[in-house]
Write a protein that binds this ligand. Structure first.
Ligand code: KG4
Ligand code: ZN
Length: 341
């Protein structure tokens, strides 16, 4: 089944053609992140204006790169939320209009379910449930126990900031532009993660939940106690960045360890979302799975870690395959039912 995916939940406008949930024929991504960096975060009004400008050319390019015409598209999938309302409206409105004009089914996909499907993209190996999935991005940090593509249970979530937000806010203290996660990670390379002491959030609780706000405060105080950011040497900056990154990753790992302890029979561990691009996190999780008899899987390309439409097309395929739309319902009803968050 050939699915055209559309993702516009934040500052990326993306469209993709994916075959049977796995084979990516095109994955076009336009981003206003560079413009947003001047503001230290995403300005919803600016993001939505860029979505409006980019959505039609991005869809056209996704079709032409795949060598497709509309009659080869079997269904469409669009991010229905969560995300910035004005950005989401651009994608969902365009998708509804296209699907009713071209007369192909449309399925609404939860953004997180898109990220959870990203390890299937371009993957030719068999993937086995039950899966423990760590979904970490700028908007959420969650641990899911997945029994199938359509059956899953939320085991833990952040009680304050998301992991990506913690990276971004920490990066701001180092004077790095938004989105700061990749830049902070580069700054931390070769640093001593034990140079400063960071707390272990929720350590006393046996929980799969996360809390990152204390780590950000600890970083702020560590800088203040050393005379402030401007007084830090290059080495001190590198060591503090390494310590902060290590503390975030250790906290994510401890949530996963607790989830593994609580649930037996897990066959695979997945990390998805923007923060799954982090090399320190990948190293620590690889060390962890070596001690367990489970596979570690992550999106095969960095473009599948951050927001993209291929993951939405993939999740849409599995939704349609496992819970087909009822042919007896008029199309408009199907679309509206499936687009409810
Ligand atoms: O999934 P995503 O593209 O968008 C959301 O749904 O939020 O994730 C973006 C987040 C940002 O907070 C960004 O700083 C973070 O992912 N990120 C990273 C890395 N690459 C992206 N954080 C740490 N290390 C990275 N290499
Ligand atoms: Zn995302």
């Amino acid at each position: 089944m050939n699915i055209l995916g559309i993702e516009t939940s934040c500052d990326e406008t993306s469209a993709s053609i994916v075959v049977d949930g796995r084979t990516v024929l095109s994955n076009i991504i336009a981003s206003s992140a560079a413009e947003q960096s001047a503001f230290g975060g995403v300005v919803p009004e600016l993001a939505a204006r860029r979505q409006l400008e980019c959505i039609v050319p991005v869809i056209q390019q996704s079709l032409s790169e795949a060598g497709f015409s509309w009659n080869q598209v079997d269904a469409m999938a669009v991010t229905r939320g969560p995300g910035l309302l004005t950005s989401l409206l651009v994608g969902t409105t365009v998708a509804r209009i296209l699907s009713s004009v071209v007369k192909i089914p449309l399925v609404g996909v939860h953004h997180t379910m898109g990220h959870l499907s990203s390890p299937w993209l371009d993957c030719s190996e068999d993937i086995f449930f039950p899966i423990l999935s760590l979904s970490v991005s700028g908007g959420h940090s969650e641990i899911w126990l997945r029994e199938s593509h359509t059956k899953q249970q939320l085991l833990g979530r952040t009680r304050d900031d998301a992991a990506g937000e913690a990276f971004d806010k920490g990066a701001m203290l180092f004077g790095l532009p938004y989105p700061g996660g990749p830049a902070l990670s580069r700054m931390a390379v070769g640093g001593n993660p034990h140079y400063a002491t960071f707390p272990q959030p929720l350590h006393a609780e046996k929980t799969c939940d996360f809390s990152f706000s204390g780590l950000k405060t600890a970083l702020k105080y560590a800088m203040r106690d050393r005379g402030g950011f401007a007084a830090l040497s290059v080495d001190e900056r590198r060591d503090l960045a390494a310590g902060y990154e290590f503390a975030i990753c250790s906290h994510l790992l401890s949530g996963l360890q607790h989830a593994m302890h609580m649930h037996s029979g897990i066959r695979e561990l997945h990390i998805v979302g923007g923060v799954s691009a982090n090399s320190r996190l990948r190293e620590m999780l690889l060390d962890f799975v070596r001690t367990q008899s489970i596979a570690l899987r992550m999106p095969l390309k960095l473009a599948y870690c951050t927001d993209n439409a291929a993951m939405i097309a993939s999740a849409g395929y599995f939704l349609l395959r496992d819970q087909p739309l009822k042919a007896s319902e008029p199309f408009a009803t199907q679309a509206s039912v499936n687009l409810q968050c």
